[in-house]
Design a protein around this ligand. Structure first.
Ligand code: GLA
Length: 753
């Protein structure tokens, strides 16, 4: 890993009035390298920061020839060049608005005179060991990846708009052992006048060509993060959220991959924004068939007042480069997130197998019923009981009580202390559901503090799931909610929280923010959520936090910074989950995916699948049960101890190992298959799910991946012994009968025979 600074002079040959002219230009060059990737930039004599190269590791050569500074017919003299053409064609690292670059900008301001152009020029650079935390005065916590001095180096490039009095620090961190670069931007107002930030994106990469496919993760409730892949074309292709959270509909992830890229070969450039609010990611194919990729906080309805000496920090973009396919890109994200994003006591630990009462009872339960479920579950080996929605205020359906975080005594006789101690007596941990960002119109909290809901005074407030959203930009609101949460947490031995968020934002106005700062609410809301999650995880370090948002609407890296696991989707159907978990695995590790076995017919789509298949699919993630164990068929109940033993045996391998996707339901919907291989390649678990049976044509050969070619492996279930090379070249034989059937095969290295 190295960060190098150098100077170079490029010679440019041109014709002026038919006569050859030679110009030279002095460039300052910045280069970040590790074993697998190189990222290079150059500063021109006028101080423009240009992108030179991003991709596979290059030799120690001067790469600035890639800038093609001389090949425009309208590039007359240095410093007198045809600026408009130069600005609209050159690759910029952090493009501004209003000075001749008509492509998508990263940075837009509005000064006190109502003027919006800005012009950032390079002024200084510095190199820092390791990776500094992202910070902004007045903000308690900005989630980001972390790394020690031995794991990463950071380059900070300081840019300045002298006219507006603004400094922008662009931060680049290169990781030593992973093909990862992270970027973010921090704006400081050193001027005397207030400035409005109209957009501050986090990163731009101007790619040299446009021969890429764009992969995005799109969906809806109960079908989150389904993969879409399409070639880039002229114009702008984007994904975003304007809902106040990362959303069911799209995810702050994009990959640009070469047309030939598959799991094993081709180039893949993955981008993931460490942010949980409105985001924007766009690839724009320009007139010159270059591609500008930008990512950051969505500029839609965004405006931030930056007074003198105030600062603003844009969230981090994680950039992963793979020269060997999409699979390698995913495994790099997984390693990065498992080691440099997820924190806390549960980071590297096996999570307790839980049973959650949501699909079992919905709102209809009492203490007795819950204890009955917990008791039977504990006898089968389940390790934690999670009490979902409906335990507080007077909540019997989703139409009341959010914000009233005290126990519904009529329903829960003896309160939480009794229930929790009964559950603990069974040898189980106890967890509980909260939706801390919400307020029901029918609640004590709303009766006392209607002004705490997000609203525009005088306008009708839009209800969704009969609830409003609390104004988390207001610290008084956060303090109040947190106090209630603490009282609950301190009242009994609670070891897990499911933090839910079940609606998007509307009428985005705050009764506590001044008029000039109203448009900041979208982002201040997200910062408020981070603040509370930060307090919670700091004050209760042992607590296992699972994020959730109407299923998987907030499955993003910022949430992983606080919670090592996230509920993947309300769709627990094993077959639907194949696609959801596949899409999620593009950048998020299996160890973070909340995955449960539920009862059939499935509550979302009425499908019936074998209990064993439900188990094999949930085994990938954190694993648990979402059913009324007292009422499921006897044979399913009898299968639970076996599933639990399987989880105990294979979870370390899946939690820490490398994931290889072998099937792809988006291309062939008849089967899915995947495997997890231990880092030392001595063992692997292969899973095959046959979505549709094939009459008179049942068997298939699936080529395995990730094994050591020269090691010999024994397949436990069949006794077959073969080299990794054979299993990867010729494949492994599977033959199943029936729709939705599944199988796992365990491979371990054979030594000394
Ligand atoms: C959301 C969650 C579910 C459940 C319900 C409770 O939809 O995704 O798992 O907790 O809320 O209301």
């Amino acid at each position: 890993m190295s960060i190098s600074l150098s100077n170079t002079t490029v010679t440019m040959n041109r014709y002026v009035d038919g006569k050859p002219v030679t110009d030279t230009e002095k460039l300052q060059v910045f280069r970040l390298d590790n074993e697998t990737m190189t990222y290079a930039m150059a500063v021109t004599q006028e101080g423009y920061l240009l992108h030179v190269y991003y991709g596979a590791r290059c030799g120690e050569d001067d790469l600035t020839y890639l800038l093609r500074l001389s090949d425009s017919p309208y590039t007359p003299r240095i410093l007198k060049r045809e600026k408009g053409t130069f600005m609209d064609a050159r690759p910029f690292e952090f493009p501004c608005h209003g000075i001749g670059d008509y492509r998508e900008p990263c940075f837009m301001i509005m000064d006190e005179d109502g003027m919006s152009a800005c012009d950032l020029r390079f002024v200084a650079s510095r190199v820092e060991k390791g990776k500094p935390a992202l910070r902004q005065k007045g903000v308690s916590c900005i989630p980001a990846t972390f790394a020690g001095e031995e794991d990463a180096d950071t380059l900070v490039l300081v840019m300045e708009d002298a006219h507006a009095g603004l400094t922008v620090e662009l931060t680049y961190t290169i990781f030593k052992k992973l093909s990862v670069l992270t970027r973010s931007a921090r704006v400081i107002n050193h001027g005397e006048a207030d400035v409005r930030l109209q957009r501050v994106l986090s990163a731009c990469v101007d790619f040299e060509d446009s021969a890429y496919d764009m992969i995005t993760l799109n969906g809806s409730w109960a079908r989150e993060r389904l993969l879409e892949r399409a070639p880039l074309h002229h114009g702008k292709q984007s994904v975003d959220s304007v809902k106040g959270e990362s959303s069911h509909q799209s995810n702050p992830f994009v990959a640009l991959v070469s047309h030939n890229a598959n799991e094993e070969i081709g180039e893949a450039f993955g981008f993931n924004l460490v942010y949980s609010g409105n985001f924007f990611a766009q690839a724009e194919v320009t007139q010159h068939k270059h591609t500008r990729f930008v990512m950051g906080i969505n500029p839609y309805d965004f405006s931030w007042l930056l007074r003198t000496e105030e600062e603003f920090t844009a969230p981090e973009v994680v950039m992963v480069y793979s020269g060997s396919g999409i699979g390698k890109m995913s495994r790099t994200f997984h390693d990065l997130y498992r080691n440099h994003l997820i924190r806390g006591e549960w980071k590297d630990k096996q999570r307790p197998i839980l049973i959650n009462n949501w699909e079992a009872t919905y709102f209809q339960f009492d203490t007795e019923k819950l204890i009955e479920i917990a008791k039977q579950a504990s006898e089968l080996g389940v390790e934690m009981f999670v009490l979902d929605d409906g335990w507080f205020g007077h909540r019997d359906s989703d139409n009341s009580s959010l914000g009233d975080w005290f126990v519904y005594e009529k329903k829960l006789k003896g309160g939480l202390p009794y229930l929790v101690s009964e559950v603990n007596k069974l040898g189980m941990k106890f967890g509980i559901w909260f939706e801390p960002e919400m307020i029901s119109p029918d609640s004590k909290l709303y009766a006392e503090h209607p002004e705490w809901a997000i609203q525009i005074i005088g306008r009708e407030m839009t209800q969704s799931r009969e609830q409003y959203v609390l104004d988390y930009s207001n610290v008084e609101v956060r303090d109040y909610v947190y106090k209630m949460m603490r009282d609950i947490l301190d009242s009994a031995n609670i070891e897990y929280i499911k933090w839910d968020m079940n609606r998007q934002l509307t009428e985005v106005g705050s009764t506590s923010l001044p008029r000039k700062r109203q448009r900041e609410l979208w982002h201040r809301y997200v910062l408020g959520v981070y603040d509370l999650m930060n307090r919670l995880t700091t004050d209760y370090p042992y607590l296992l936090l699972e994020n959730c948002s109407g299923g998987g609407a907030r499955f993003d890296p910022a949430m992983l910074y606080f919670s090592p696991q996230i509920w993947t989707s309300d769709d627990t159907d094993a077959i639907e989950r194949l696609k959801i978990q596949y899409g999620t695995s593009l950048c998020y590790p299996a160890s973070a995916m909340g995955a449960h076995v539920s009862d059939c017919p499935n509550h979302v789509l009425g499908r019936t699948t074998p209990f064993a298949t439900r188990g094999n699919v949930a085994l990938v993630g954190t694993f648990g049960y979402e059913l009324d164990v007292t009422r499921i068929p006897q044979e399913d109940r009898e299968a639970i101890p076996g599933q639990i033993a399987k989880f105990h045996r294979f979870n370390p391998l899946m939690r820490k190992g490398d994931q290889y996707r072998l099937g792809n339901l988006f291309e062939d919907n008849s089967f899915d298959a995947w495997m997890f291989v231990s880092k030392d390649k001595t063992e692997a678990l292969f899973t095959f799910v046959q979505v549709l049976g094939r009459p008179n044509y049942p068997s298939r050969n699936i080529k395995l991946r990730g094994l050591a070619p020269n090691k010999r492996y024994r397949v436990e279930e069949t006794g077959q012994v073969a080299t990794g090379k054979t299993l990867m070249e010729a494949g492994i034989f599977v033959s199943l009968y029936g729709d939705f059937a599944s199988q796992t095969l365990y491979l371990s290295e054979v030594t000394g025979e």
